[in-house]
Design a protein around this ligand. Structure first.
Ligand code: NDP
Length: 260
């Protein structure tokens, strides 16, 4: 006997994944489906959510798709209420929705700055408030995951507001962890490195061509390997299914460098 507690098998839980219409969010939703969980998937593009719904179902989960704009408090309220009605009390929230616009601080429009902060920081704050409020009122345990970025430790010029938003998100996760200490609600930051997704898909290819050498000047872009969304999903699953006597406050995942 090692004296260590056996890991608990993950019980069936109800989860919310924001930004689940593509990329990392879709992969997280599918991975939760494979655990047999109820998974509420939210994003603005309803047609793309239908595909995620299909993947969750095919993986063995119970999907619930509903439009969500995290920047709109009324949409957040409607989404969480609908998800709880469809799947039961929400145990797990993954704050994954995120956007970025490349460019120097002085060139981005005021609207771009506002949209990045609203989507990546204020939105997660509002939905976390709603979900954690319900957990606390019902004295239920839960998990809140914040999908962050390595820009927090390696700030990227020309992605300034994005960097600030993710730094704020990690601060939010720390505050939540302290406020929920002793209430069995775990707050986890999953800090992600380069991952192949639709992120930046709308950017002008010329912007990428200029950004990479620019970042290399600051020692940021060390190679061009990327992870797959499923790699990040696996990390999220490991954190939220950790035995209840432990807690993963922060995990960073990066693509392995190519062989030299
Ligand atoms: P994608 O662009 O593929 O996914 C972003 C998701 O966010 C989409 O589903 C989009 O759906 C959703 N979204 C955007 N705005 C809103 C909104 N207002 N309300 C609700 N949903 C919204 O990119 P990724 O999968 O790569 O990004 C997921 C997360 O991972 C982001 O937080 C990103 O910052 C983070 N990340 C990504 C990295 C990468 O290299 N890919 C590296 C580090 C972190 P819709 O448009 O339908 O609303």
């Amino acid at each position: 006997m090692s004296g260590l507690a056996e890991p608990e098998p993950p019980a069936r839980r109800a989860a919310i994944v924001t930004g689940a219409s593509s990329g990392i969010g879709r992969a997280i939703a599918e991975a939760f489906g494979a655990l047999g969980w109820g998974v509420a998937v939210g994003a603005r593009r309803e047609d793309a959510l239908r595909e995620t719904e299909r993947l969750v179902s095919a993986a063995g989960g119970t999907p619930f798709a509903h439009p969500l704009d995290v920047t709109d408090p009324a949409s957040v309220e409607a989404f969480v209420t609908a998800a709880s009605c469809a799947l039961g009390p929400v145990d797990v929230l993954v704050n994954n929705a995120g956007i970025a616009h490349p460019g120097p601080l002085h060139e981005l429009s005021d609207e771009d700055h506002r949209r990045i902060l609203d989507t990546n920081l204020l939105g997660p704050l509002l939905i976390t408030k709603r979900v954690v409020g319900a957990l606390r009122a019902a004295r239920r345990p839960g998990d809140v995951v914040f999908v962050s970025s390595d820009v927090v430790v390696h700030p990227r010029p020309h992605m300034g507001t994005y960097t600030v938003s993710k730094a704020g998100l990690e601060a939010l996760a720390s505050v939540l962890a302290m406020e929920c200490e002793g209430h069995r609600i775990r707050s986890t930051v999953v800090r992600v490195g380069p991952t192949l997704s639709a992120f930046g898909a709308g950017w002008d290819p010329q912007v990428f061509a200029e950004l990479f050498p620019y970042w290399q000047r600051f020692g940021i872009q060390r190679h061009f390997e990327v992870m797959q969304p499923g790699d990040v999903a696996r990390t999220v699953v490991a954190a939220v299914t950790a035995p209840s006597h432990m807690w993963v406050p922060l995990v960073e995942v990066q693509p392995q460098a190519p062989l030299t």
